[in-house]
Design a protein around this ligand. Structure first.
Ligand SMILES: [Zn+2]
Length: 295
């Protein structure tokens, strides 16, 4: 890879991560890394993003800007079609707004597709050709790679596994439907479940850590989440039959939830599907940011 510097953003439901990613021959380094809360009001997200670009322009030189966003993105035209977990109006032409307001050229893409790109270049799946990527954060994002190519679908929604329905009369989802997978497995879902059971607020990360340490209350929550996790994985394997599923995101940092889910997958999946390898991403939290730099 050529030496180049890219300003990169990872815009999620709770935070906007940003930094200058410098790509070198054999890897990358991130400079001036920042994490800011994602604004809750409509239009403020775009405003904050532009403020950050202006800030980075002052102190740095970079070749271009790449942005990964949790939602349905029209990569070709730079349009944010729909973002259930981020308050950005539907059909916002981000590329045009940023070009016209501050003169910067940006490339935008779905955050998990960015994660897929960095996994492909720097991660564990280089040798595989049919891969499903999952990112479990506030919600669940996904991407599908078939014969080494990202499959986007006819309208860019391929891989939205978080909105795969696993209980048609289940919990309400931000997308308007009921019983979507991300309402049972992702960070927000784990926190809600904990609250429903114990009437106490606790961060998903802490619940996962305490469960791994053997705290019973937390274990109950993680066990339940892992079972739903397995249901979704079985659906993915039985329908797409990938060689490998690679999973990233803060929720699975602790191995326990994935280990429990894997056991259950082996019991429930169609027999040939037992061969599907389920891996945890080694790239960590910066994977989407790095992938946005590769756009
Ligand atoms: Zn949904």
């Amino acid at each position: 890879m050529k030496n180049k510097k890219i300003l990169a953003f990872d815009i999620g439901g709770t935070k906007i991560a940003s930094g200058i990613v410098e790509f070198k021959k054999d890897g990358y380094q991130i400079f001036d890394y920042q994490k800011n809360a994602t604004p809750k009001d409509k239009k403020e997200v775009v405003q904050r993003l532009m403020e950050l670009i202006v800030y980075y322009k002052k102190g740095n030189s970079f070749n271009r800007t790449g942005i990964g966003i949790a939602g349905q993105i029209d990569h070709e035209n730079g349009i944010i079609k729909h973002t259930p977990n981020i308050n950005i109006p539907d059909n916002t032409n981000l590329k045009k707004i940023i070009k016209e307001t501050i003169g910067e050229n940006v490339e935008i893409e779905n955050d998990v597709k960015c994660f897929a790109l960095s996994e492909n270049v720097f991660g564990r799946v280089k040798k595989y050709h049919n891969v499903v990527y999952l990112a479990i954060g506030t919600g669940i994002g996904g991407a599908i790679e078939i014969d080494d190519k990202l499959y986007r679908g006819e309208n860019n929604i391929a891989g939205e596994f978080g909105h795969m329905v696993i209980d048609s009369n289940g919990k309400k989802c931000a997308c308007g439907n009921k019983g979507c997978w991300e309402q049972y497995v992702a960070g927000r879902a784990i926190e809600k479940l904990y609250f429903e059971l114990y009437k106490q607020k606790k961060k998903a990360k802490e619940i996962a850590i305490d469960s791994a340490r053997g705290v019973k209350k937390d274990k109950k929550v993680i066990k339940q989440a892992s079972s739903y996790f397995a249901t979704g994985l079985v659906n993915i394997i039985n329908t797409i039959n990938p060689e490998v599923i690679v999973i990233g995101g803060s929720v699975i940092k602790q191995d326990e939830i994935l280990k429990l889910a894997k056991k259950e997958v082996l019991k429930k999946v169609l027999i040939p599907g037992k061969k599907t390898i389920i891996l945890k991403s080694k790239l960590g939290n910066e994977a989407t940011l790095v992938g946005a730099g590769l756009l």
